[in-house]
Every structure is written in structure tokens, then in C-alpha cells.
Design a protein around this ligand. Sequence first.
Ligand code: MRU
Length: 361
Amino acid sequence: MKVRGQHYRTIWPDEAENRVIRLIDQRFLPHRFVIEEVRTVDEMAAAIREMHVRGAGLIGAAAGYGMYLATFEGDLVAAAEKLKATRPTAVNLAWAIEKQLKAIGDQTNTEERRRTAFSTANQIADEDAEFCRRIGEHGVELIRRLSEKKGGAPVNVLTHCNAGWLAFVDHGSATAPIYAAYDAGIPVHVWVDETRPRSQGSKLTAWELGEHGVAHTVIADNAGGHLMQHGKVDAVIVGTDRTTYTGDVANKIGTYLKALAAKDNAVPFYVALPSSSFDWNIRDGLKEIPIEERGSEEVNYADGWHDGVHVEVRVSPENSGAANFGFDVTPRGLVTGLITERGICEANEQSILGLFPEHRR
Ligand code: MRU
């Protein structure tokens, strides 16, 4: 996508130096646009763990390039373990690492390994971008229909967290239909949940929508239900970090409450995802999807920028503890549909496996 008129992906290999991976360091957005150079597995693991890069698709792509860097260091199994341990919920991480291990596992020649790992990492990244583009092609039809129903008045989409191009290599999942609608001249406006505690909505989604020219309004996390009750939301579109083959959806904490409110107000609730975010082994999302718990400081403190300087301020009393669950699971019964690179299906086993029959057992 474009940043000040120039096309960027979120991660890419340096053209001149074969041991350097470049990525947009998202900790500085929206106030500074910083590109980081990553040279080692440890640096890539830190970039994922400390959320210089984040979002399911991008975590997968970063792990793919991390495994390429591992071919310069030798121990592929240790590198795989280190990268896998960084963040537990997004299934794309393990998926990309397994793909790399399969591709390079049997090769003993170092140069050959390196070449294979490099092309596999690029393939993971290219596929991620292409699948998101196709999600846009399928999802835009939903927005078009809503627009026609409204006689051309702007379609109001609510989204949570950041499932935009910053969460992938390009285009994004939840945002791809929105960008496609905007590009097709369909009037669209986005309600952006701020998404505490890390504020991916107000920091990242609002920034990327603004760069693209899409009308949007940042709202407090608890405002969505009110807006739905008053007919101000035509559809919810969110992303996912892991969706079971039965249709249960893990996504940023708070998504479940939006799905409940959507159900109560007959607002369609869509989840956009590339197939790399399906977990083909897990049947019960609520019981089986690991939910990341992060440090209490993310909840106790708020952060932002003042006069160009990053500042953190304590919000809660000094001696109050905090719990920080990163994700929740929305049961399949609350999901209207899944927008994938192959088309739109219902959130149930039969419909999902109908689109992806190669995963039938
Ligand atoms: O903790 P994050 O920022 O990596 O969380 C991921 C998300 O931004 C959302 O949950 C998103 O909808 C899924 S990633 C496409």
C-alpha cells in the first residue's frame, strides 16, 4: 500500500545485502515512519515478540524470513523453536515455520538450503499479499450490496484492532474489501475501535485508512454497541489470528463483545482471513486456542506522542494490578460469514471444507 505516495510492503528482503530483512517498525506509527534492518534470528524473534511487527499474516511472513536468516546461523530446529515461542495465538507463525522446515529440511548443501529458504520466505510473503488482494475482490461485493440497499449512502463498517495491510504483507484482510470499495468509488466510512491496551485501532488502522483516503472515525472500544443500536453500523468486518476449521474465531480481545452486539442488532458480522489463518487441527476454539497474556504495564499505562516525543503515563493507581488477555474467541454461531481468498463461506465445518476440500480427512 502507499505511504506518502510510495508503495511499501510491511516486510521485504534488502536488494543489495542478502542477509538483511527490512520491515516497518510499527511501534513508532503513526508519528514516525521507521524502517528497521533485521540480520539475525534473535533480532527477528525480538521484532515479533516486542511487536515491531504484528498481525497474523505479517507474523507468519516475518517467521518465514526468520527461518531464512537461520540458514546463516546453522541450527534450524533451535531457530524454529525460538521463533515459535514468540507469540502463541496467531497460527500463521507455526504454519510459516513448518512450511520452511519442510522446504529446507532434507537439504544438506548450505547454499542450496539458503536459496530454498529465501524463495520459500518470498513465496509466503507474495502469497499473503495476493490472498489478501483476493479477499478484497470477494468482500467488496458485500459492501456493494449494502451500498445499493442504502441507495448509495455511505456504508458504515466497524472494525476492531488492526487487520489492515500493516497486519499482513499488503492489503490487509478486514481492510481489503474496504480499500477495494473505496477504489471502486463506493462510499464507505469506517468506525475504528481504538483497541486498548495497545491501541492498534487508533494508532495503525486509523493511520492506514487515512493514508489511503478512506473516511473513518476512531471510537472508544465500548462505543460499538451503542452505534449498532442506533442503526449506525451496516456491517462489522474483523480479522482473525486463528480460526478453527469449525468456524470459531480468535481475534483481538473485545471482538467477542462486538459479535454479541452485532447479533443482538441484526448487524452482519464478517471475518476476513487468508487460509494461512485457519487451524486445520483444532475443533473447539474456546477450549483449544492458546490465548496470549501480555504484561500488566500495557493496561496500567497509556502511551502516545507529545511534541514529537513518545510518552507513557500511568492511568490506574500505583498499586493496582492488571490482567492483559490479548485475544478472545468468538463462537461460530455469532459469525455471519468468512471472507477468504477463495470466496465467502459460512462459519461451519461443512462450508469451510467445501471451499478448502484438500483439508478434509
Ligand atoms: O496483537 P496483534 O496486534 O498482533 O493482534 C492482531 C490483530 O491485529 C488483530 O487481532 C487482527 O484482527 C488479526 S491479525 C490479522
